[in-house]
Ligand binder design. Structure first.
Ligand code: SAM
Length: 261
């Protein structure tokens, strides 16, 4: 199994090319838009902590709506890029460096809403993942909300499938990609019985190890840790998934979770 070397990951997130890519995106993913709609009426009264903001994609949408916005990332270059990208922000908006596994500079029970979007939590070593959840519970008010997305282990067999592409370059590239998947991770069958796994899935040219988890197990884990009213949303459609259908999500590369603290 691959291990996650978070220091190496941080170098990747701090690299100029990656920062430039993330700074240029602004669209919300479908489930993020659904979650924003669910919370919209309350956002003007809320203090929001945006973890792992990258180039500020979610800042574009949430910062103008909330009472107070803290945009954070453990990659210093991402935070600097956000400060430059958003010169005109609300009086209670700040961007600063914060490691989601160790938020000692954040006060207890301060935030109404914590977001860790676009699978940022999957860059974190499996042993530290629970620490992130504990830290979220500490910095969030009781009754506050936590939303995040995480890669779906049920999707792994799809990653190895040959697909039809119009452009021959993309068609041929997938054979390289599949060969690399086998090289780094072995064959997909070995993940069928697992609850979670760490894979090199091709993100940033196979330089990052990424955590994948079965949605049903993720929900169980969140409940076990005391999170309440856990809701799951499809990446593909944005629709809420009934918990009885969590084992049928083979088509979603990742899913969003929304829960109460
Ligand atoms: C896939 S990018 C997503 C960026 C942004 N949220 C978006 O949706 O465009 C993951 C981000 O998580 C950040 N990240 C990874 N580990 C982190 C940690 N331990 N604490 C805070 N941020 C972290 C990375 O630096 C990176 O900016």
């Amino acid at each position: 199994m691959n291990t996650i070397d978070s220091l190496k990951d941080k170098r990747v997130w701090n690299s100029e090319k990656v920062v430039r890519t993330y700074i240029s995106v602004a669209d919300l993913q479908k489930p993020e838009q659904v979650i924003l709609n669910i919370l919209q009426d309350r956002l003007p009264y809320w203090r929001m902590l945006d973890l792992g903001i990258g180039g500020g994609r979610t800042t574009v949408h949430f910062e103008p709506l909330v009472y107070e916005y803290h945009g954070t990332d453990y990659a210093e270059r991402m935070v600097e890029a956000c400060i430059q990208r958003f010169p005109k922000v609300g009086p209670r908006t700040r961007f600063f460096v914060l490691d989601a596994t160790d938020m000692r500079n954040a006060a207890d029970h301060y935030y109404d809403f914590v977001l860790f979007s676009f699978n940022g939590i999957d860059c974190i070593a499996p042993n530290d993942r629970e620490r992130v959840f504990r830290e979220v519970q500490r910095v969030c008010k009781p009754g506050g909300y936590f939303a995040f997305s995480s890669h779906n282990l049920l999707y792994v067999p799809r990653m190895y499938q040959v697909k039809w592409y119009r452009r021959w370059r993309e068609f041929l590239y997938q054979f390289y990609r599949i060969a690399m998947l086998i090289y780094y991770n072995g064959l997909p069958g070995q993940y069928a019985d697992k609850k979670f796994a760490v894979l090199r899935d091709g993100v940033e040219h196979f330089s990052l190890s990424i955590y994948y988890i079965q949605p049903e197990y993720q929900v169980w884990q969140l409940k076990r840790m005391g999170f309440r009213n856990v809701r799951v949303f499809s990446y593909k459609t944005g629709q809420e998934i009934d918990h009885s259908r969590l084992n049928t999500l083979q088509g979603d590369a990742w899913v969003y979770y929304l829960c109460e603290v």
